[in-house]
Design a binder for this molecule. Structure first.
Ligand code: ADP
Ligand code: ADP
Length: 230
């Protein structure tokens, strides 16, 4: 079954619980929001999805596979299925836009001769046609995030994980990036999981969401279920 299933996830840092018995399901082929205040456990949860973090107890099951039981080789394959974008974009400033986007292609073993055309297609996909030779420092915040999105999608992942992807952007730019994510989700039929502290972000593009508070799940499911929560 095509589903991310989060089952009784627990994670502690010292004597502090970052996640406490968190269970919910993320339907694939949609946009799912993980909503909560700062410190609620959102990034810990996101890091458990791509196994940058190992939970103390509980499981993350993706397409029927417990990701904590994957071999190193299977884990690498699983990670390639997960693109990630960040609040502060995490671009390499000594490399051009095109080189930033080509990096995952290089790691995936795509020959140099084929990378250029793929980079151009990715730039077109995110509305930055012709920007391959520009330096990241010449770009606005919104343009930097578009480059981040192109880089995340370069290796054709099935999941796009977004860590406060619009928190560093002004309101208009936020809307344009959210609408781009929504359009890419439909166009590529990927699954987008985003974490945010803003209900407006969830309302704008999410189909389902989970609400976290102090490491506990308060509510999850369709958007209407989340919004019914006071
Ligand atoms: P959010 O993303 O919702 O802001 P986090 O997952 O970053 O929340 O953090 C949840 C809780 O775990 C917070 O109390 C935070 O201080 C704590 N925490 C997160 N990462 C670490 C870490 N590496 N070491 C110690 N405490 C951490
Ligand atoms: P309602 O509770 O408003 O009747 P549904 O439960 O039918 O709505 O879901 C409304 C939309 O939200 C549907 O498109 C559904 O696919 C989506 N949805 C519901 N739950 C999830 C989930 N866990 N992950 C992703 N999308 C979800």
């Amino acid at each position: 079954s095509s589903m991310i299933s989060i089952e009784a996830l627990n994670k502690r840092y010292g004597d502090k619980s970052a996640l406490l018995d968190v269970s919910f399901e993320i339907e694939t082929g949609a946009i799912f929001g993980i909503l909560g205040r700062s410190g609620a456990g959102k990034s810990t949860l996101l890091r458990c999805l791509n196994r940058l973090e190992q939970p103390d107890a509980g499981r993350v099951v993706i397409d029927g596979e417990d990701i904590n039981r994957l071999s190193l080789r299977e884990l690498r394959a699983q990670r390639r299925q997960m693109g990630m974008i960040f609040q502060h974009f995490n671009l390499l400033h000594a490399r051009t836009v095109g080189e930033n986007i080509a990096l995952p292609l290089q790691i995936a073993g795509v020959p140099a001769a084929r990378r250029g055309a793929r980079v151009d297609a990715l730039l077109t996909l995110v509305g930055l046609e012709g920007y391959a030779d520009v330096w990241p420092s010449q770009l606005s915040g919104g343009q930097k995030q578009r480059v981040g999105i192109a880089r995340a999608l370069a290796a054709e992942p099935r999941y796009l994980l977004c860590d406060e992807a619009t928190s560093a952007l002004d309101p208009d730019t936020t809307l344009s990036i959210l609408d781009l994510l929504a359009s890419l989700q439909r166009q590529l039929n990927i699954t987008v999981v985003l974490i945010t502290h803003e209900m407006a972000v969830v309302k704008r593009i999410c189909h389902g969401a989970a609400l976290l508070e102090s490491g506990r799940l308060i509510e999850s499911g369709s958007l209407s279920a989340i919004m019914a929560n006071p």
